[in-house]
Design a protein around this ligand. Structure first.
Ligand code: EPZ
Length: 417
């Protein structure tokens, strides 16, 4: 099993391009199932979560080819409507294939997506919406048997929580439904807009993505399209945290600054200067970070839950106390116990984590607890005295494309062994 070895206290410098957004590519890949013809998806990162989705597309009968960061996806010969358990378990975001299979075939058979490291991952909002769209869903032996004998029909759906996955699943299914679907209290993340842009390029009629109300006028069919995935705002936040903890100045290329509107102020509170010019972001960190005071995770455009672990790692060596409130997932502080092994002073109680800044962390042998928790370990290792050994890096490979190579190119001493 590979591990990462990070030797801390090395300054970073230089510039890196930010990879395409995992959480945009995943729903867009599922949506290709609805189209006729060959889709060209550019800026698609090479990640294990993406590979898992490609395996599902191929299982369903699609033809998928990868040329570096571009995927060619043809769905014409897709004729299956079931996803076997071992493929479902690879990544729980595969639930977004439910809406795609229902829209394509009117049927779907799949296992409940596994919970994951950050807590139970219910799908009640997805199922409630599809039942309202005319889908009969039976749950037995961990399987979901879904059927829409009369096809899907448009309806009004109010989400009790602006769930990203549920919004995406409904948008995909509604694109080919009979009539108009209105989603109230829809998620507003940039990945929702990117999915809507892709579907509209295919001929869908989706209005209002990025707002709280999205209207989808169902159409009869969708043609393939060319699309470039937006940059990954969470990878950008992670790299900014790496610069912040090493007192470095680096430039991120190919970002969309509006996607970072709730992230940049947190770094400025910590004493960093952030300059945007065109699609580039230059961050300049002080020798000693200030406390970021309080960080509450919220649905977009609030502070993203996926950036909580990276920012919490950075706060460990800041001056003073930083309070985190995790409002989205119920078990997303597992990385704190690993940070405490490195000398961090963190107290967690339910949704709240109180981080008392310490002078420095020390290298230790730690485990990645989940995708963003793994990033937190790397960030802590970059500023710790000595060497940090990080296990469980398969989690990192789900969402970060060659993180160790990226950081090495910026001057970090980090090796995968
Ligand atoms: C997406 O997960 C992202 N994953 C997550 O990123 C991200 O943390 C999350 O959105 C929030 O922004 C992908 O896009 C592949 P939700 P998703 O549905 O869709 C509850 C990463 O690190 N909920 O908005 O699963 C749920 O339990 C990953 O890249 C229900 O109760 O998130 C959670 O507490 C981690 N019932 C909250 O809503 C449902 O039917 C937010 O979930 C659905 C969700």
């Amino acid at each position: 099993m590979s591990k990462l070895f990070v030797t801390g206290r090395r300054k970073l410098s230089g510039e890196v391009c930010v990879q395409g957004a995992k959480n945009s590519a995943l729903p867009i890949l599922a949506a290709t199932l609805l189209t006729r013809g060959e889709n060209t998806i550019h800026n698609c990162p090479e990640l294990s979560d993406i590979e898992a989705s490609i395996r599902i597309l191929r299982y369903l009968g699609c033809d998928v080819k990868r040329y570096n960061k571009t995927l060619l996806v043809k769905g014409d010969s897709a004729d299956r409507y079931d996803i076997p358990d071992e493929l479902m378990r690879k990544t729980r975001s595969s639930i977004v294939f439910l809406g795609a299979m229902l829209a394509r075939t009117g049927k779907a058979r799949l296992t409940f997506p596994g919970g994951c490291e950050i807590g139970p991952r219910p799908i009640d909002l997805h199922l409630k919406a599809f039942r309202k769209m005319g889908v009969s869903i039976r749950e037995k032996h961990g399987f979901l048997e879904c059927e829409a004998p009369k096809g899907l029909y448009g309806t009004k759906i109010t989400l009790s929580f602006p769930s990203v996955g549920a919004t995406e699943d409904i948008m995909i299914a509604a694109s080919l439904a009979n009539g108009t679907t209105t989603i109230i209290n829809a998620a507003r993340e940039p990945e929702i807009c990117d999915l809507a842009d892709y579907l509209n390029e295919c001929g869908a009629k989706i209005y209002g993505a990025g707002e709280g109300v999205i209207v989808i006028d169902g159409v009869n069919s969708l043609g393939a399209a060319q699309h470039t995935i937006i940059p990954d705002r969470i990878v950008a936040a992670t790299l900014m945290s790496c610069a912040a903890v090493t007192g470095s100045s680096i430039t991120l290329k190919g970002i969309i600054s509006s996607h970072l509107a709730s992230i940049i102020p947190a770094f400025e509170d910590a004493g960093c200067t952030v300059k945007i010019s065109g699609g580039n972001l230059k961050i300049n960190a002080p020798q000693k970070l200030e406390s970021m005071r309080t960080i509450r995770t919220m649905p977009y455009p609030g502070f993203p839950t996926d950036a909580q672990a990276p920012m919490l790692a950075a706060s460990c060596i800041a001056e003073g106390t930083t309070v985190f409130v995790e409002n989205i997932f119920e078990n997303r502080y597992r990385h704190t116990s690993e940070l405490v092994r490195m000398g961090a002073n963190i107290k967690t109680e339910g949704k709240v984590a109180v981080v008392q800044g310490v002078n420095s962390l020390y290298g230790a042998s730690v485990e990645a607890t989940d995708l963003r928790g793994g990033a937190a370990m790397v960030i802590a290792g970059l500023c710790a005295d000595g060497i940090t050994e990080i296990g469980g890096i398969k989690y990192l490979e789900r969402g970060y494309e060659g993180l160790e190579l990226t950081l090495s190119s910026l001057g970090a001493n980090i090796k995968k062994i």
